[in-house]
Design a protein around this ligand. Structure first.
Ligand code: GTP
Ligand code: MG
Length: 202
C-alpha cells in the first residue's frame, strides 16, 4: 500500500471532539499492551507516529490519524487508535472514563466502517472472547489480528490460528491475520483486508 501521508490529527476524550469531516474510519480495539500503537506504526511505515507504551494502559483517549493513500479506491481515511481495555492495573477512575466512551463510539459513529480486534497470538483471554461476541452483536465488521507472532515458532503459529478461531468462535467469513510489528509479517494481507473493509458501502 502506498502511503502518501499519515498524520496525527487529535486525541479525543469525548465524542463531541471527534472529527466531523465525514471521512471513513477504521478503529483498533484490543487489550492494553496487545500492540495497537505498534501495529499502526508498522502498517503506516512510521516509527513513533502512535506512541508505543511500556506502561500498559497509557492510552486513555481515542487518537485520530488521517491517512492519505495512493490507492484510488481508498484515498484518505481515519485510523482510530482506541484505549486499551481490560487491564487490571488501569485505575478504576480511568476505566470509568473510557469505558462509556468506547461504547458510544462503537455504537453511534456513522463513519466507522469496521474494527480490527487485536489479540495476542500466544493466547486469547476471556475479555477478548466477550469483546468479539459483543462487536458481532453490534453488527460491526471485524478483522481479527493476532499480534506478536514473531514470538511463536512456525509450528506454534498453526496451533495459534486454530486455538484463536476456536476460542473466539470466529465465523468462516471473518478474516484472522497473523501479524508482527517487529518483522511486519502479515502487513500486505492486512492491508488487503482493510481495503476491502473500507471499499464496502455501508
Ligand atoms: P496501550 O496503548 O497501552 O493500550 O497499548 P498498545 O496496545 O498500543 O500496545 P503497544 O503498541 O504500546 O505495545 C506494547 C508492547 O508490546 C511494547 O513493548 C511493544 O514494543 C510490544 N510489541 C508490540 N507489537 C509487537 C510485536 O509484533 N512483536 C513483539 N515482539 N513485540 C511487540
Ligand atoms: Mg497504544
Amino acid at each position: 500500500m502506498k502511503i502518501l501521508s499519515a498524520e496525527f490529527i487529535k486525541s479525543c476524550e469525548k465524542p463531541e471532539q471527534f472529527p466531523r469531516d465525514g471521512l471513513s474510519e477504521v478503529a483498533f480495539v484490543g487489550r492494553s499492551n496487545v500492540g495497537k500503537s505498534s501495529l499502526l506504526n508498522s502498517l503506516l511505515h512510521r516509527r513513533g507516529l502512535a506512541k508505543v507504551s511500556r506502561t500498559p494502559g497509557k492510552t486513555c483517549t481515542a487518537n485520530f490519524f488521517r491517512v492519505v493513500t495512493g490507492d484510488p479506491l481508498l484515498k484518505s481515511f481515519y485510523w482510530v487508535d482506541l484505549p486499551g481495555y481490560g487491564y487490571a492495573k488501569v485505575a478504576k477512575s480511568v476505566q470509568a472514563q473510557w469505558g462509556p466512551m468506547i461504547n458510544g463510539y462503537l455504537t453511534e459513529r456513522q463513519e466507522l466502517m469496521g474494527i480490527l480486534l487485536l489479540v495476542d497470538a500466544r493466547g486469547v483471554e476471556r475479555h477478548d472472547v466477550a469483546t468479539f461476541a459483543w462487536l458481532r452483536t453490534l453488527g460491526l465488521r471485524v478483522i481479527v489480528v493476532a499480534t506478536k507472532v514473531d514470538k511463536l515458532s512456525r509450528a506454534e503459529r498453526r496451533g495459534s490460528m486454530v486455538a484463536i478461531r476456536g476460542s473466539l468462535d470466529v465465523p468462516g467469513g471473518t478474516e484472522l491475520i497473523l501479524y508482527s510489528s517487529v518483522t511486519h509479517e502479515g502487513r500486505d494481507e492486512l492491508w488487503r483486508a482493510i481495503r476491502k473493509l473500507l471499499s464496502v458501502e455501508s
